[in-house]
Ligand binder design. Structure first.
Ligand SMILES: O=P(O)(O)OC[C@H]1O[C@](O)(COP(=O)(O)O)[C@@H](O)[C@@H]1O
Ligand SMILES: [Mg+2]
Ligand SMILES: [Mg+2]
Length: 335
């Protein structure tokens, strides 16, 4: 039984040297995300008491109605990262274009860009079902000290230096990787400190949970339909259990602990599915692979996809290795 007394702050410092470019900057960045997560957690927890439920009255570039908490979480993360002078650019689900962070110190050598889904699972905000925040971090590829460029954000997922999520659920957890495994930290709300509660998280190779919005079943590709029927068939250790929270972070978190597969396929109505490659699929795929799972887009490994647009969508299948491989078998029948 590991001791739950190690704080996230201590863990970050202790593991700083694990990171090949370790100059302390990435640690400062993870610390900034930790701070922003606590601020947003505070707002989420009291959502019903203050006027932050419901729609903000605007739509984002994806044409989705922005929730007040989408906007608030977006502001809090951007402000917290800006104030800490460690990033040179931010891209967000709630911002049409990327944000260039001009440093006070013209000699700054801010090397990192951050991509965020400030509030994941927006459809669950008003009904008190767990939601999350997702983040993805890259080193810039354009020269330090020059204005950040779109190409700094359009890097394939296999170039991420860190990724993670916060889940605002029965407890609040921050789960992240810097390419040396996945660790989960639980917030002690009484003292506002994250403690290492889930060291070295691993996807069970096999699972018995499938997560998909079956309401879209009729529109799915035949390979996906066949796999869902396979999951539901009375045979061997099947039928599997269907669980779908409707918040990617929460469905992923459960499947990583219990073993399972999450699917958001393309369909005859959503050509590329719904989820965004840069700030939803890439970070979750990095975590999945670091935890022994797999993440594919139908034909290829998500992390090898070369992005072309900031808000592009991609079909997403992610979870326990043997479940994703089985799904791939069904998809390959129709390629
Ligand atoms: O309601 P649907 O179509 O099943 O979509 C649910 C999916 O959409 C999302 O809510 C998209 O994320 P956002 O809430 O950040 O836009 C995922 O979290 C979730 O898995
Ligand atoms: Mg999302
Ligand atoms: Mg969102």
């Amino acid at each position: 039984m590991h001791n739950r007394t190690k704080t996230l702050g201590e863990f970050i410092i202790e593991n700083q040297t694990d990171f090949q470019y370790s100059t302390g900057e990435l640690s400062k960045l993870i610390n900034a995300i930790r701070l922003a997560a606590k601020v947003v957690n505070h707002e989420v927890n009291k959502a019903g008491l203050v006027d932050i439920l419901g729609d903000a009255g605007d739509t984002n570039i994806q044409g989705e109605d922005q929730k007040k908490l989408d906007v608030l979480a977006n502001e809090k993360f951007i402000q917290t990262l800006k104030n800490r002078e460690i990033v040179c650019g931010i891209a967000s689900e709630e911002e049409d274009d990327f944000i260039t962070i001009n440093s006070q110190d013209e000699n700054h050598n801010n090397k990192y860009v951050v991509l965020i889904d400030p509030l994941d699972g927006s459809s669950n905000i008003d009904v008190n079902v767990s939601v999350g925040t997702i983040f993805s971090i890259y080193r810039r590829i354009t020269p330090v000290g020059t204005p950040v460029q779109l190409e700094d954000f359009l890097q394939p997922g296999n170039q991420q230096v860190a990724a993670g999520y916060v889940v605002y659920g029965t407890s609040t957890m921050l789960v992240y990787t810097t390419g040396n495994g996945v660790n989960g930290f639980t917030l002690n709300p009484a003292i506002g400190t994250f403690y290492l509660s889930h060291p070295n998280m691993q996807f069970p190779e096999d699972g018995r949970i499938y997560s998909v919005n079956e309401g879209n079943y009729v529109h799915f590709h035949q390979g996906v339909k066949d796999y869902i029927k396979y999951c539901q068939k009375e045979e061997g250790d099947r039928p599997y259990t269907s669980r779908y929270i409707g918040s990617l972070v929460s469905d992923f978190h459960r499947n990583m602990i219990k073993g399972g597969i999450y699917m958001y396929p393309k369909s005859s109505v959503t050509n590329n599915g719904k989820l965004r490659l840069l700030y939803e699929c890439n970070p979750m795929a990095f975590l999945a692979e670091q935890a022994g799972g797999l993440a594919i887009g139908g034909k290829s490994r998500i992390l090898d996809v070369q992005p072309t647009e900031l808000h592009q969508r991609i079909p997403f299948f992610c979870g326990s290795k043997n479940m994703v491989l089985k799904l791939q078998e069904f998809l390959d029948k129709y390629h």
